[in-house]
Design a protein around this ligand. Structure first.
Ligand SMILES: [Zn+2]
Length: 61
């Protein structure tokens, strides 16, 4: 059985858990867009999102 991926409402981290492993926030399955950040210190997107390395959603409802 495939686990549904969710995204954190707070930091937009993508996870399959009900609680964000990054900030402990609530996650939702209503998210769009997928970003994989490899070099957060060099990524403009990461800077704008305030994100570190990992998988993130572009938009979370
Ligand atoms: Zn989070």
């Amino acid at each position: 059985m495939k686990k549904e991926l969710k995204a954190c409402r707070m930091c937009r981290r993508i996870t399959d858990s009900d609680t964000c492993p990054n900030c402990g926030g609530e996650t939702t399955d209503e998210w769009h867009g997928y970003v994989f950040i490899l070099n957060s210190e060099k990524s403009q997107i990461a800077a704008e999102m305030g994100a570190s390395n990992g998988e993130f959603a572009l938009r979370v409802r």
